[in-house]
Ligand binder design. Structure first.
Ligand code: PMP
Length: 345
């Protein structure tokens, strides 16, 4: 199942990625989203000859040590700023900023711009709830990185090949220098990918001086699963159908949520959605929930489970629609949600 050398399916899948995502002229496959991000950051540092990486609070980029700071995902669930087992020295080159705040980014570039290798962001942050950003904020990241000779990395591990063939970059009309992929691109097999402009990617070994490799990377089974998934999404208008499913869900849930006796907001981008329990409205930054708000989510989670619906078991986890969800499932969710919300004080 593995050659430890390139295979035809790997080349074919890379060609699909390049055709779908204009910012990616060359791509390389790995076995997880974590590895994709680690590799993209290494090549960004090599290309720029700089050390600092800027990330945003609430964005998750896998479990590499230097990115496990204010990382959302499971850490948010347990209210931890970082993980045990990560020495401070390993995160010394990581800078963390709040989302939705271009002034903070400009200020950091003003101070340390000449040392910043890359800014990495989930263009549609989905690991601390779903926190869609203003396009102007992402455009400011694009402009500031350009201006200071740093790279912009879009972590599209969730959004890539989900929000459309061209991911969030296409939806936003903003091209990053490097992008990372995972999840959908492997059709359920362990696959990640990263890519960008040829001039950056050519720094990778064996052509360049930046080492990156993986025994299982690009193996024919995983690559074939990825190709089959992208084929199916194309053939069956998958992206359009997912978008329509999301819109249908929004229509079904709006009246249900309006009836709730406490604030609960639906945030949706395509087939990604999140129920925000924040009393003062759905946030655009990684805002923690109060104990009361978290307790309401827990009550709703169990009331839905009793009715046959299994939400992700954390108030900070986004939900995903798949092509297997039809109108019947969406109606079932709306009905169960109406009943479940009524049981919560
Ligand atoms: N980046 C993002 C945006 C993710 O959501 C994830 C996983 N949830 C990762 C990176 C890491 O991917 P993996 O779990 O495949 O290592």
């Amino acid at each position: 199942m593995t050659y430890g050398a390139p295979c035809a399916a790997e080349v074919e899948l890379a060609e699909r990625v390049v055709a779908a995502y204009p910012a990616v002229e060359q791509a390389r496959f790995v076995s997880s989203g974590t590895e994709a991000v680690m590799s993209a950051i290494r090549v960004a540092r090599a290309f720029t000859g700089r050390d600092l990486i800027v990330k945003f609070a609430g964005c998750y980029h896998g479990h590499a040590d230097h990115l496990l700071v204010a990382a959302g995902s499971g850490l948010a669930t347990f209210g931890r700023p970082s993980s045990a087992g990560v020495p401070e020295a390993f995160t010394a080159c990581t800078r963390v900023l709040p989302l939705d705040d271009e002034a903070a980014v400009a200020e950091l570039f003003g101070r340390e711009g000449a040392r910043i290798a890359a800014v990495i962001i989930e263009p549609v942050p989905a690991n601390h709830g779903l926190l869609p950003q203003r396009r102007a904020f992402l455009a400011a990241l694009r402009a500031l990185t350009h201006q200071h000779g740093a790279l912009l990395i879009f972590d599209e591990v969730i959004s890539g090949f989900r929000l459309g063939r061209g991911g969030a970059a296409d939806r936003l009309g903003i091209a990053p220098d490097l992008a990372t992929f995972g999840k959908v691109i492997g059709g359920g097999m362990p696959v990640g990918a990263f890519g960008g402009a040829r001039v950056i990617m050519s720094r990778l070994a064996p052509d360049g001086d930046t080492y990156q490799a993986g025994t299982l990377s690009g193996n024919p089974v995983a690559m074939t699963a990825g190709l089959a998934t992208l084929d199916l999404l194309s053939r069956e208008s998958g992206w359009e159908r997912l978008e329509n499913r999301g819109a249908e869900l929004e229509q079904l849930l709006a009246p249900v949520l309006a009836e709730a006796r406490f604030p609960v907001h639906l945030v949706r981008v395509g087939s990604l959605f999140w129920l925000s329990f924040h009393a003062d409205g759905a946030p655009r930054t990684a805002a923690p929930l109060t104990a009361d708000e978290t307790a309401r989510f827990a009550a709703l989670f169990h009331a839905l489970l009793d009715r046959g619906i299994y939400l992700p078991p954390s108030a900070y986890e986004a939900c995903f629609l798949s092509l297997a969800h039809g109108s019947a499932e969406l109606t079932q969710l709306a009905q169960a949600l109406r009943e479940a919300l009524a049981t919560i004080a």
